[in-house]
Ligand binder design. Structure first.
Ligand code: ADP
Ligand code: MG
Length: 349
């Protein structure tokens, strides 16, 4: 598989403050990859490094196997064949839709320019607005023009920096799917950064979770959801519980919800405290076994009830249930996963 983008151990600081530490990842040709992380974690900085507006302190950046940044290489932005779609779109207000799209096509003949603009107008469903100016367009239409302009010169890679953060949420989910369809139809390779979990899960072939300048996991959306490999990723995704137990003499993890097998039991020692991630949807109530928890809160959330319970040792656990469970009732919580859990060293209480 052809790697369109490859980052090797990228490290970058602003004024002695490390913003990105040792980031390595690759995006294959035709893939849409998402970098997911909260505000301030370094997403835009990473895009600026890839586009060539900043130079890494350490590490290398390759675009289509060509090194564009390293200790002795710094290819200027205009020579990297990278298209960017910024949060504020930055459409030219004095140019109409067709002129905005053809802006980066000056080195093509006018016939080739017209052909590419017509193709993109059709692909992005902008034909009726060809002669309009940005102030005569809706937010969603502006978004499509900005994407068409970024795609026009057929860059090797398109970088999207939180393209929907200023759009209201109903339109956002519609646009996310439209943009993905447009990128696919033009066989674009894209790196898309966002703080929105739903946006990342909706579009990405690969997702990376970046927290405080560290890329903690880079994998498929399903693997990220099912097998988070870092407790901070579990906290950020907020779909699973971190439950702490103690390793027993046979290497199993003893927790208030049972004795569980660990996939990485060999790295732990007897009596060590270890955390595991138990997905909310992997929890069921066993009505015949001895109780191990008390229901604290129960809230209707449409399809089912969101429950928080307190386990026998005081830890709280979140789960869903089809029927309401009154606060104060004793229950037996049972994880129902058929594979071994990944244990994390306990770092935070
Ligand atoms: P994100 O896009 O994930 O919100 P940024 O990449 O914009 O995060 O910023 C990452 C960190 O770098 C933040 O702490 C931010 O304050 C800092 N930062 C960003 N740009 C600059 C700059 N030009 N000078 C100094 N610090 C900066
Ligand atoms: Mg940003």
């Amino acid at each position: 598989m052809n790697q369109t983008l490859k980052l090797k151990s990228i490290t970058f600081s602003y004024d002695q403050h490390t913003v990105l530490g040792d980031i390595s990842l690759s995006v294959n040709q035709g893939e849409v990859a998402c970098l997911l992380g909260p505000s301030g974690c370094g997403k835009s900085t990473l895009l600026r490094l890839i586009a060539g507006f900043e130079k890494p302190d350490l590490g290398q950046i390759y675009i289509n196997q060509q090194c564009v940044a390293s200790s002795n290489q710094n290819t200027p932005p205009q020579k990297r064949q990278v298209g960017m779609l910024f949060q504020d779109l930055a459409l030219f207000p004095h140019l109409n839709v067709a002129q905005n799209i053809s802006f980066g096509l000056q080195n093509l003949s006018s016939q080739q320019q017209n052909q590419r603009v017509d193709d993109l107008l059709a692909l992005c469903r902008l034909e009726p607005f060809k002669q309009r100016y940005p102030h005569q367009l809706s937010g969603g239409q502006c978004q499509r023009v900005a994407l068409a302009r970024a795609m026009a010169p057929k860059p090797q890679l398109i970088l999207l920096d939180e393209p929907f953060s200023s759009v209201d949420s109903g339109l956002q989910s519609e646009l996310v799917h439209e943009v993905k369809t447009m990128l696919r139809a033009d066989d674009c390779t894209a790196l898309w950064v966002t703080h929105s979990l739903s946006e990342a899960f909706a579009v990405a072939d690969q997702i990376g979770v970046i927290l405080d300048g560290q890329l903690l996991q880079w994998t498929s959306p399903t693997d990220l959801y099912e097998n988070p490999t870092h407790p901070d990723v579990v906290r950020f995704l907020n779909h699973a519980n971190l439950i702490t137990g103690k390793i027993d003499k046979s290497g199993q993890l003893n927790t208030p919800v049972g004795s569980l097998q660990l996939a990485n039991s060999d790295v732990f020692y007897k009596d060590q405290k270890v955390q595991i991630s138990i997905h909310k949807s992997h929890i069921s109530i066993n009505s015949v076994a001895a109780n191990n928890a008390v229901v604290l809160t129960c809230a209707y959330q449409g399809e089912n009830y969101a429950i928080t319970s307190r386990l026998d040792d005081g830890q709280h656990i979140k789960h869903n249930n089809e029927i309401p469970l009154p606060p104060g009732s004793s229950i037996c919580i049972q994880p129902n996963i058929d594979k071994a859990y990944l244990g994390f060293v306990v770092s935070k209480p």
